[in-house]
Write a protein that binds this ligand. Structure first.
Ligand code: LLP
Length: 439
């Protein structure tokens, strides 16, 4: 078993996380159950932040809350001194309810509505990441009508797309996000924005992709953007206070993945920005980043109970669990790979290779293909690792399956931070066509 954070096997052969026996947690809270190793989230957050501090760089590490947004998670992010990236009125509302410091909230999105932008102005958040000309016009209009200043970053597409193991240089960026740097739209957006009386352009933002294992994509993007900033300094007298290089730092889901430590990404980015700004005799900007997955991904574990076992002789053995694509859509949507163990007997020897089936009415609802396991019987507990990012946040009620609870574990204590959804919750929004006939 690869161990993440505080995960360990106790003397009973049970998986333990945060000093708490997972088998006991499953008995207490039921399954499926999302667990988060809070100490590991803190460690990851500090890994990013301390590297900036050590290298003397003014920075903001903004948690991309789309990876897992909840009141408790946002409060944890605030405890660790992170900033917060929100992408919708719903995430902003959650942040407000969590009491997150508004000046450290950044609002993203390629189609923010007028209502969402008004919400950002009402809350007086730190900055809006302006994505397109329509939005720039809206921000201008709202800021003028309120006579309220708003800071913005311009989201640009630098023409670099990073993938897990490689990166692609694209001439004309074909993306729904941001202003293109190559075709002149980014410059047009800047010229438009800096003239606006109540808009303060703090700098530029780019996000080159997700689950990235190398620093090259980030440093290429930084180089390209700073080259353009040098030109804008010369011609437009514009100096960027902030350079936000987005998120996308990869994590280890399976043995095939080989990510860098948070510090390694940050060090390389800082070095490149220093080198390029010195080259053009520019001031060092603040560097902002937006990790989502790398802050919470490997801190999350989902616990399922095994149910039916279907053996197709000479073909495959299906072990079904009590959740599936309703609590983790990533295998079905992205063919995402995961590892898992039997949490109630981690030390038992591997005896067979099985495939883990979800319970949703869809053949594609398979969580893991070809997983080596001890012989699984009905009533075992399966712990699936690395489900902390885009697991709960993309959970749904397909087949009217209630969403599992989320429990934070730390220092031998467990705390429910999202309760289990009930059947009553499921019909909360339903309005009947007629009153049910009682018989
Ligand atoms: N900043 C921006 C502007 C983003 O669009 C994203 C992710 C992030 C930061 C955080 O990226 P991260 O560090 O988490 O890779 N649902 C997909 C991932 C979608 C990512 C969307 N944007 C998945 O489950 O893999």
């Amino acid at each position: 078993m690869h161990t993440y954070g505080t995960a360990a096997v106790n003397t009973r052969g049970h998986l333990e996380i945060g000093g708490v026996d997972v088998v006991e947690l499953a008995a207490k809270y039921g399954t499926p159950l999302y667990l988060y190793d809070v100490a590991l989230i803190r460690e990851r957050a500090r890994g990013f932040k301390q590297t900036f501090d050590k290298m003397g760089i003014t920075a903001q590490v903004a948690y991309a809350s789309k990876a897992f947004a909840s009141v408790a998670m946002m409060q944890l992010a605030e405890q660790e001194g992170l900033s917060l990236d929100v992408v919708s009125g719903g995430e902003l509302y959650t942040a407000q309810k969590a009491g997150f410091p508004v000046e450290r909230i950044h609002f993203h999105g390629n189609n923010k509505s007028r209502e969402e932008l008004e919400m950002a102005f009402d809350a007086n958040i730190g900055c809006i990441v302006a994505d397109n000309f329509h939005e720039l016009a809206l921000i201008d209009e709202i800021s003028q009508s309120r006579r309220q200043k708003m800071s913005i970053l311009l989201r640009i597409t630098p023409g670099i797309e990073a993938h897990t193991h490689d990166y692609i240089l694209t001439g004309q960026e074909d993306s729904k996000f941001g202003f293109d740097l190559n075709n002149g739209q980014a410059e047009e957006a800047l010229v438009t924005a800096i003239e606006k009386p109540f808009i303060n352009v703090l700098g530029l933002h780019c996000h080159i992709g997700s689950q990235i294992f190398e620093t090259t994509g980030f440093t290429m993007a930084a180089e390209k953007i700073i080259g353009k900033l040098a030109d804008w300094k010369e011609r437009l007298a514009f100096e960027s206070t902030v350079l936000n290089l987005g998120g996308g730092f990869g994590i280890r889901y399976t043995a095939e993945d080989d990510p860098l430590e948070p510090a390694a990404y940050v060090e390389e980015i800082i070095r490149k920005v220093q080198e390029e700004t010195e080259r053009f005799d520019m001031n060092m900007p603040e560097i902002w980043i937006e990790p989502g997955r790398s802050l919470v991904g490997d801190a999350g574990v989902t616990i399922y109970e095994t149910g039916s076992v279907k053996d197709v002789p000479n073909v495959r053995k299906y072990v079904a669990i009590d959740g599936g694509m309703s609590d983790n859509i990533r295998p079905a949507l992205y063919e995402a790979k995961y590892e898992a163990v039997l949490a109630n007997r981690v030390n038992d020897p591997v005896e067979e290779v099985v495939s883990i089936a979800g319970k949703c009415c869809e053949s594609g609802d398979m969580l893991i293909w070809d997983l080596p396991l001890p012989k699984a019987a009905t009533g075992d507990l399966l712990a699936m690792f690395c489900t902390g990012a885009y697991g709960y946040s993309m959970a749904n009620n397909y087949n009217r399956i209630p969403r599992p609870p989320v429990v934070f574990v730390e220092n031998g204590e467990a705390k429910v931070v999202i309760r289990r959804e009930t059947y009553e919750d499921l019909i909360k929004l339903d309005l009947p066509l007629q009153l049910p006939q009682m018989n």
